[in-house]
Design a protein around this ligand. Structure first.
Ligand code: NAD
Length: 480
């Protein structure tokens, strides 16, 4: 029986391994992690992450050919194929701070593999890493090899949170990069055989190692660039009276452009886009490609601009001050159908409003109070370290209350900000919300989910990104 071990039981390691176990009953899959609470949660009825469909997959194979364990060394030493899916945060100090990927966790995983291995291994990069990481890992392993042979493969993960199980069941493609040597190609074939249990062969792309590593950074940069492009257009739409939804539809019907990923919003978030672009920028700079680095940097700058612009719209609409005013924040996760808040635009918007002395009442159907308080007190990039190594939030932000009901959040509020596109926000009783708010009552829709005209009929002053402006907002400055 082939044995797989995955180091890192997070958003990537957990779901990908659960699907491999489900689709390959003849393979034993063990997911290991240094975090005891995470593994305990994977072994319980309340999994540590929420993904539609994940519970069912885990329940079907846990205890049969899928196991979660903290006995990292035992399972690594027994495995034939080791996936490494640990954190690769942005460095916060030293060389490359603020841009380069911090490979501390990756390197310690590689050293541990070298220490405990007693048989040949295929080591698979599942984490998103800088180009040429495989070379560094190879050096660590071969310099400590004790005669054991290692093959390093790059198999970046393209799943999107919120649709991870669907994406894993039916991926657009699986990418496997390996050394162009007979042993390298044998390892590529071994991993290909795993995916071939359910992924059609023409969707399994094989390449050299560096192309595979770079493709992951390139894919995320292209996706984020599309969002920044449409968000840049949204600012121009507001200035000219065009409607960004109509512009997106019009350009999206061009088959060369395509309709996906053209929704304008308060900005992109999630653990990957910003981190991976910064990483790409750093690699470009290290290779002397300043123009290329500056081009990609702009994608992040536009994203920051969009969040600032949103906060400025709120403050300038409300008589240039939100001091002591209650603002209801609906949605905190970085997108719907996930409880993940890593780099969610809600953090920057809330911090912006708190900076102007607002009082916030936050509602999200999945994100816990503890998580929101941690996010609002944590420094940039600290979130991407294993949870037990993150700084504890010393105090909670007292101007923030977290509630479990939209109507309580909006009661007596001056304004409502929608920051996640949860489906339930489309069917809220806005008449009831309006009746219980201070007047004038404002709605700032950062996800274009509300029916603007209907809300204006109720009496709200509505700002919806990239849509023709309410007369109230027309003469107010909103440039960041
Ligand atoms: N989240 C996504 O949507 C996504 C998608 C594609 C790729 N990625 C990449 O995958 C990697 C993992 O991301 P994630 O979202 O799963 O992160 P995560 O923080 O959810 O999980 C990482 C896990 O690794 C564990 N870990 C760290 N060092 C370890 C070690 N030495 N031994 C054992 N366990 C260790 C941590 O405790 C944590 O549970 C990152 O490189 C990320 O960029 C993420």
């Amino acid at each position: 029986m082939v044995k797989i071990c995955c180091i890192g039981a997070g958003y990537v390691g957990g779901p990908t391994m659960a699907v491999i176990a489900l689709k390959c009953p003849s393979i034993e899959v063990v997911v290991v992690d240094i975090s005891v609470p995470r593994i305990t949660a994977w072994n319980s009825d309340t999994l540590p992450i929420y993904e539609p469909g994940l519970d069912e997959v885990v329940k079907q194979c846990r205890g049969k050919n899928l196991f979660f364990s903290t006995d990292v060394e035992k399972h690594v030493s027994e495995a034939d194929i080791i996936f490494v899916s640990v954190n690769t945060p942005t460095k916060t100090r030293g060389l490359g701070a603020g841009k380069a990927a911090d490979l501390t966790y990756w390197e310690s995983a590689a050293r541990m593999i070298a220490d405990v291995s007693k048989s040949d291994k295929i080591v698979v990069e599942k984490s998103t890493v800088p180009v040429k990481t495989a070379e560094a890992i190879e050096k660590i392993l071969t310099h400590n090899s004790k005669g054991i042979k290692y093959q390093i493969l790059s198999n970046p993960e393209f799943l999107a949170e919120g649709t991870a199980i669907k994406d894993l069941f039916n991926p657009d493609r699986v990418l496997i990069g390996g050394r162009e040597t007979p042993d390298g190609q044998k390892a590529v074939k071994a991993l290909k055989d795993v995916y071939a249990h359910w992924v059609p062969e023409d969707r399994i792309i094989c390449s050299n190692l560096w192309s595979a590593e770079l493709s992951k950074l390139a894919a995320n940069a292209f996706l984020a660039q599309r969002i920044s492009s449409v968000n840049a257009m949204s600012a121009l739409c507001e200035a000219t009276g065009a409607n960004v939804a109509e512009v997106s539809h019009a350009i999206g019907t061009d088959t060369r452009i395509g309709s996906k990923f053209l929704n304008s919003s308060v900005g992109f978030g999630g653990s990957c886009f910003q981190k991976d672009i910064l990483n790409l920028v750093y690699i470009c700079e290290c290779n002397g490609l300043t123009e290329v680095a500056n081009y990609w940097k702009q994608v992040i700058k536009v994203n920051d601009y969009q969040k600032n612009r949103f906060v400025n719209r709120i403050v300038s609409s409300m008589f240039n001050t939100v001091s002591r005013k209650k603002i209801a924040v609906l949605g905190f996760a970085f997108k719907k159908d996930t409880s993940d808040t890593r780099e969610t635009p809600a953090i920057d918007v809330c911090k912006g409003l708190l900076g102007d002395n607002a009082r916030l009442s936050i509602y999200d159907p999945l994100v816990t109070e503890d998580q929101i308080q941690r996010d609002l007190s944590m420094n940039k990039f600290d979130w991407d370290h294993p949870i037990h190594l993150q700084p504890m939030s010393p105090t909670s932000v007292k101007e923030v209350s977290i509630v479990w009901d939209v109507y309580e959040a909006t009661k007596d509020a001056h304004g409502v900000c929608i920051l996640t596109e949860w489906d339930e926000f489309k069917t809220l009783d806005f008449q009831r919300i309006y009746a219980n708010m201070q007047k004038p009552a404002f709605v700032f829709d950062g996800r274009n989910v509300v029916d603007v005209e209907k809300l204006r009929e109720i009496g709200f002053i509505v700002y919806s990104i990239g849509k023709p402006l309410d007369s109230w907002l027309k003469d107010m400055p909103a440039v960041a």
